[in-house]
Design a binder for this molecule. Structure first.
Ligand code: SAH
Length: 248
């Protein structure tokens, strides 16, 4: 899969994407990455990409022209046009389902804002606009890295263990179950006995319950769309009804 970024700080991506799983994905040809510098599509001596907002107000905005020129030019390269993603706190909330959907595409161009954001007309170029969450970053580069990382780990062969990307928080609409490694007893904190039992059926049942319990406690909003049996619905209602001290 090919990811491209368009930003005024193209050099920030490699230090992350060249390491660890992302670095291996590139070496294996699973991830093909290129960072473009928006300033390459400016025509003045200072390579200006920003300007003051009409109507007044603080800060600078990204001018439409370099973005239009760059996205059009980049889109014409290669065999297929990229799926174009912009970032903004006003975008649609990015989640695992978005990552899963993007993981089936061949080519994605991530357009990163800076300053106070972009001239509104530039958004016309976007196939979709993502927000990472309800907070404001200084630029879209981190958002782009989050998207690349979360998508690439879903691509076949990116993680050592093929199964591990699918058996995780959000993959079944729930948070992940609690996990433990050695020692079985750490300063008196014992790992649940069932996990040491070697009984795979019992371990699976415990994990499902653990996932339900954690989701009910920490992210009850996820339960509305998760697929649960009647018995599991009863189990989570019991947890939701428990006084936990937080509401009192
Ligand atoms: N003035 C804008 C924020 C601009 S922040 C507003 O109030 O809505 C500058 C850039 O950082 C944005 O163009 C976007 O690319 C990126 N950015 C900031 N917060 C983000 C978020 N929550 N999710 C995704 N990208 C974000």
């Amino acid at each position: 899969m090919r990811f491209e970024t368009l930003s005024v700080f193209p050099q920030v991506f490699a230090p992350y994407l060249d390491e660890s799983i992302m670095g291996r994905a590139q070496a294996k040809g699973i991830l093909d990455f290129e960072a473009y510098n928006l300033r390459d599509w400016t025509h003045d001596r200072h390579n200006t990409v920003d300007d003051a907002p009409f109507g007044g107000g603080q800060g600078m905005l990204m001018k439409p022209a370099p973005i239009f020129e760059a996205v059009r030019d980049i889109s014409q390269r290669g065999d297929c046009a990229p799926h174009v993603v912009f970032f903004s706190p006003c975008g649609r909330r990015y989640d695992e389902a978005c990552a899963e959907r993007l993981s089936h595409l061949d080519r994605v161009l991530l357009v990163c804002g800076r300053y106070e954001g972009m001239d509104e007309r530039a958004y016309e170029l976007a196939d979709e606009v993502f927000s990472l969450g309800d907070y404001v970053l200084t630029g879209g580069e981190l958002a782009a890295l989050v998207v690349i990382d979360s998508v690439v780990r879903l691509l076949p062969g990116a993680l050592g263990d093929e199964m591990s990307a699918r058996d995780e928080s959000f993959s079944d609409g729930l948070l992940e179950y609690a996990q433990y490694t050695r020692p079985a007893d750490y300063e008196g904190r014992r790992v649940p006995d069932v996990l040491l039992s070697g009984d795979h059926g019992a371990v699976d049942a415990w994990r499902r319950r653990s996932a339900l319990e954690r989701t009910a406690r920490w992210r009850p909003d996820l339960l509305d769309s998760a697929e649960l049996t009647d018995e599991e619905r009863d189990f989570v209602s019991g947890i939701l009804d428990e006084p936990d001290g937080k509401d009192e």
